[in-house]
Design a binder for this molecule. Sequence first.
Ligand code: ZN
Length: 426
Amino acid sequence: MRIENLCVKRQIGDVAGATTRGHKMAVKGGYIYQTFQGGYTLTPTGWRVVHKIENIIRDEMDKIDGQEILMPVVCSADLWRETGRYDAMAVLAKFKGSSGADYVICPTHEEVVTDYARSVTSSYRQLPFMLYQIQTKFRDELRVRAGLIRTREFIMKDGYSFHETQEDLERYYKLCFDAYYRIFRRCGLKNIIDVMSSTGDMGGAVAHEFQLVNEMGEDTLYVCDCGFRANKELEDRDSTLCPKCGKQMKKIRGIEVGNIFQLGKKYTDSMHMTYTAADGTEKTPIMGCYGIGVGRTMAAILEESSDDNGPIWNMETAPFAVEVIGLVDKENKTFAVSEKIYNDLKNAGIEVLLDNRDIRAGEKFADADLIAAPIRLIVSEKNLARDVTEVKYRVNDFDTSKLPTEFKIETCVSDTEKMIKTLSHK
Ligand SMILES: [Zn+2]
């Protein structure tokens, strides 16, 4: 991609209307565009980042035998009436079709997935299984906040598992718990903690949230030195003393990026999902559910990992791996060389951006900080005289101080390929 054709508006300097650091970065870098209050268009660079987060999630869900599906965004109200949530859920957006039928825009998919699961499950031999999807949801929230932190329409990964026994649910719940830590680590998030939470609209007994500890977070968390951690909803009581050890707990703030629930039989019971057990009796499966806010994960990375100039992605989440910058010279040699490097990298299958615009170097560098490709190759008249490109890094959670600061022009492509590998593994 040539930078002049990249359909993304970036702004150097301050932006109006953004309330947090991450929101500012999202707007300055042009990753999101507010289409309506609480609904955003993901721009070409924003979508690249979100798509990469999705692929990390897919990879980790597939590792624990998750099976990806795609359910409809809009659903008949009938399924929601089966569980009683049609009338009970405040954020449920409802509308009437032209035939008079009632529909909902799904904010979550327990009903829809249980309907599918009951249609395919007959025997205990099929259990356990986990189905997940990555899809758009809608919650008719009263308040929206800080770009992708709290929106009405959002992309979520939601997974649902079905089990014969509580013990098996607990075994799988732990697998998913560990997979979540791997996902957030691979996204470059450093200060993730798990806290016990209330089950709210979802039902069930045990639930955990994955929270990015961050002062702009809207959730209040209580943490204790003994290891006890809970969110405010759960600890909705006068005392701030630890229920486990009795000591004073610390109050911190967090951004919720994921949650997992042991649902029990709330949905399988009310929707009459059964299977034939080994002893021939009809039984009801036990369910777990597992969510990650995908857009919110991007927003969380932007809150945690940026400097004053722009975001700092890691190799797994950056919109482009490499940006080639040709600096203007008197004899027009640099542009030809940077163009060739760009084409060679592109042919090697690398996600690369080329900036050969006829503008000042300072402007190009400031703009490059907003796109934040982890590897930047700079072709200048001075470096060309020595047959090298200058290499600059901008990458989250990686010590780049000992990495080479130049590549030879003739080995530039293979050196870049190697460096992408280096920066991808820690
Ligand atoms: Zn304690």
